[in-house]
Design a protein around this ligand. Structure first.
Ligand code: GCU
Length: 463
């Protein structure tokens, strides 16, 4: 169907967002009130906002054009709400004034199932044009609305950086700039979920100024395998909590015992399929598919990654995937191996990174040098480290920890510290009994490792 329609009035609803900090404003523009070329406003699938949605004609070139009225020039996040009841992606060219990027609009499962997908951009003061044009013969998806979020100077980490992607051996933001993320890992969700509440996550985003939360979901040890529904829902919730605060979230498949990731392959397929289907429109996720493989060779780990990654990519073409390495993600060093086995036989996928974990009181120069060498050859992400021994307990070695932190700053290696809980061990940042009531901000309830790492997360970001 070819049909063109112009509506003069734009329905713009200004709402204050729920973000704790910094202050943000969001403006909603309904697609049915925008300029439509080769499409029609309809309302026959439930769940839309406003009075309906736009059904794009199934042709290349059909578009919806929004005219935004923006208060001040600066960074903004554009969030499209859409449904695509087919299983085929319906990519669109998103032109913001004179700059065009392509965005995927994969299937949402049904025409009445609406999802959001975002991109970051820079807007002028005053009028701006955003045109979403179908680039394939399937046309566009059904488009419900566009929400435009603008923040105070700097904004949140996600506002500043948008969708991440691996660029060479580095992590880059949506604008192609090499960046480093710093943040905290949760402890196991089966034990310390009570440390992840509104107040503690507000403190992590606002007081600690963390860029990233790692959501550590164990599989065994009373974790996921005992109740997949409960633990998957906990992960969904924490993804939403991180997103609401403008933080990145690492979905950590925390396999540990047994150490062969293939033991949990079918569970991982089920879990990541649901996560990717639900969240593929978000721009703030990373998927860590094997926490710490151990007792198995690199080729066994690689075989697992080569099987699981295509399952995730079916639903989520964009989210970076983090792959654990041999011997508790030591790049093999704890088994007497090294990064060369990965360089010689990498995982067959793009937009992936390899993980390295270290505990500074146990892992000295050999480990430090391995990380340094590896980071020049393959994309590296430190998804866990502690200032103490490998058990997460015992005395801190802050001198060696600082050498690692300096190296990671110099090479822009993103890092996450273990762990944001009140467990008794020295590596849990809060003193016992802090959860669930806090206080979480400031240093009054922090152990020495917590004071040290909070200082290093709070320092200014390089983006
Ligand atoms: C179906 C659906 C429409 C949708 C169309 C399409 O007809 O009901 O809402 O727009 O498919 O494929 O684009």
């Amino acid at each position: 169907m070819h049909r063109s329609m112009r509506l003069a009035a734009l329905a713009a609803i200004v709402i204050a967002s729920l973000h704790a900090a910094p202050a943000q404003a969001a403006t909603t523009y309904e697609a049915e009130s925008a300029t439509i070329s080769q499409g029609v406003a309809e309302s026959n699938h439930a769940g839309y906002s406003g009075t309906g949605f736009v059904n794009y004609a199934n042709v290349t070139g059909s578009y919806v054009e929004f005219t935004l009225d923006n208060a001040t020039a600066g960074p903004a996040t554009l969030t499209f709400r859409y449904a695509n009841g087919t299983t085929a992606n319906r990519p669109m060219a998103i032109a913001v004034n004179d700059t065009t990027t392509t965005k995927d609009f994969p299937g949402t499962g049904a025409w009445a199932t609406w999802q959001e997908t975002s991109l970051t951009t820079t807007l002028n003061a005053g009028a701006n044009t955003v045109r979403a044009t179908a680039t394939t013969s399937g046309g566009g998806p059904n488009l419900d609305r566009l929400t435009v979020s603008t923040g105070s100077a700097g904004g949140t980490p996600v506002q500043a950086n948008g969708q991440l992607r691996v660029c060479g051996v580095k992590l880059c933001n949506e604008q192609g700039k090499q960046i480093q993320l710093r943040g905290m890992s949760s402890h196991g969700l089966q034990w310390y979920y009570q440390c992840l509440n509104t107040a503690s996550l507000d403190a992590l985003a606002g007081d600690w100024k963390a860029d990233v939360l790692r959501i550590s979901m164990y599989i065994q040890e009373d974790g996921y395998e005992t109740n997949p529904r409960l633990f998957t829902d906990r992960v969904h919730n924490l993804i939403e909590q991180a997103t609401a605060r403008g933080m990145y979230a690492i979905v950590d498949w925390h396999m540990l015992t047994p150490g062969d990731p293939n033991y949990n392959l079918s569970r991982a397929r089920t879990f990541f399929t649901e996560i990717a289907q639900r969240h593929n429109g978000k721009n703030n996720l990373l998927y860590e598919i094997a926490n710490e493989p151990n007792g198995v060779s690199w080729s066994t780990i690689r075989n697992y990654a080569n099987q699981l990654i295509p399952v995730i990519r079916q639903y989520d073409p964009e989210t970076p995937i983090l792959v654990g390495t041999r011997a508790w993600s030591s790049l093999g060093v704890s088994d007497g191996a090294s990064e060369t086995e990965i360089i010689n036989n990498p995982v067959s996928a793009t937009n992936i990174m390899y993980t390295f974990h270290f505990y500074a009181a146990s892992h000295g120069t050999e480990y430090l040098n391995t990380l340094s060498r590896a980071a020049d050859r393959i994309p590296m992400f430190v998804t866990e480290f502690g200032t103490q021994t490998a058990s997460g307990d015992g005395g801190n070695n802050f001198t060696r920890s600082q050498q690692y932190v300096d190296l990671m700053a110099q090479k822009k290696i993103s890092w996450v510290n273990w762990n944001y809980s009140d467990d008794m061990r020295s590596g849990a940042v809060f003193t016992q009994g802090t959860c669930p009531n806090g206080p979480f901000a400031g240093t009054s309830r922090l152990k020495p490792a917590g004071v040290w790492v909070r200082d290093r997360i709070r320092t200014a970001d390089d983006f």
